[in-house]
Design a protein around this ligand. Structure first.
Ligand SMILES: Cc1cc2nc3c(=O)[nH]c(=O)nc-3n(C[C@H](O)[C@H](O)[C@H](O)COP(=O)(O)OP(=O)(O)OC[C@H]3O[C@@H](n4cnc5c(N)ncnc54)[C@H](O)[C@@H]3O)c2cc1C
Length: 246
């Protein structure tokens, strides 16, 4: 956005896209503030894809990812628990990720949330107890913040760009879009500009992700999938404890 502002690009803030349609020579985009026509369209709505593109929405499942922040922990605790001030992640199916806050005073601890509606307390309580399991001395520490956002999963878990008519999609970042979205977004921009060599990428391929059966935009199956993976993670952890060499 910062770079776009330095060019002739026109930015329409607070404008919802309501629908798009392929026409001869381009795409018509209906928005909450009128219609526009474009020779090419880049769709990068990822997990927040709504009814404007029902076709894409059936291919991306929004999954909540949540982060909690501890209260300030003091320098000596931070130095002991996170001496290298690095990010951490584990290898579970429902993985946890954690890091020092940018100012180095707290631990930010995140993981999948498992809910789809409202803002219930349970996922925060769960993350808090998992934080205490990994760092026992934080078991009774206060939590000052808890928030969530959506990440987009697809059936094969491979982020990619793909093209339908004059529309290019760069999407399905499966919870890792901080890196992917910037890189693939840039590739997609080169593609729109017709700079084929610079647009080249192993992740530019058809077919698009497959539609998820029985899914039209409300991910009713998330709690089931979540408890399935939770059980698998628990079983894997038990296996590791029983066979220290494994
Ligand atoms: C708690 C949390 C922690 C995360 N941690 C990491 C991490 O450590 N590392 C990592 O790589 N990734 C992480 N992610 C994932 C990462 O944030 C996303 O993958 C990334 O933001 C996707 O970028 P994007 O530009 O594709 O889409 P988004 O940033 O999701 O943007 C999509 C945009 O589309 C807009 N939109 C949707 N529909 C419409 C419409 N009809 N009209 C107009 N606009 C519309 C939305 O308003 C939104 O602004 C995390 C996500 C969460 C929620």
């Amino acid at each position: 956005l910062r770079v776009a502002r330095t060019t002739d690009a026109v930015i329409h803030e607070n404008t919802t896209v309501l629908g798009t349609s392929q026409e001869a020579g381009g795409v018509r985009v209906a928005t909450s503030r009128g219609e526009v026509s474009a020779k090419k369209l880049l769709v990068c709505t990822d997990a927040y894809t709504d009814g404007f593109d029902p076709w894409l929405r059936r291919r991306l499942v929004p999954v909540r990812s949540r982060i909690i922040a501890t209260e300030p922990l003091g320098e000596s605790v931070m130095d002991r628990l996170m001496p290298k001030k690095m990010m951490h992640g584990d290898t579970r199916q429902l993985s946890y990720y954690y890091r020092p806050s940018p100012d180095g005073t707290r631990i930010l601890f995140g993981g999948r949330d498992g809910t789809t509606e409202g803002d219930p307390l349970a996922p925060t309580t769960h993350l808090r107890s998992e934080l205490g399991r990994i760092f026992p001395e934080l078991a009774k520490m206060g939590i000052t913040h808890s928030w969530f956002g959506q990440v987009a999963m697809n059936r094969d878990m491979v982020p990619r760009m793909f093209t339908v008519g004059d529309t290019v999609y760069a999407t399905g970042f499966c919870g890792s879009g901080v890196v992917w979205a910037r890189w693939l977004g840039k590739k997609a921009a080169f593609k729109l500009l017709g700079q084929t060599e610079r647009a080249q990428s192993a992740f530019d391929f058809d077919p698009p992700p497959k539609a998820v059966p029985l899914y039209l935009g409300k991910p009713w199956f998330i709690p089931l999938v979540y408890s399935f993976y939770e059980r698998r993670d628990k079983r894997a952890m038990r296996g590791k404890k029983e066979s220290p060499k494994g």
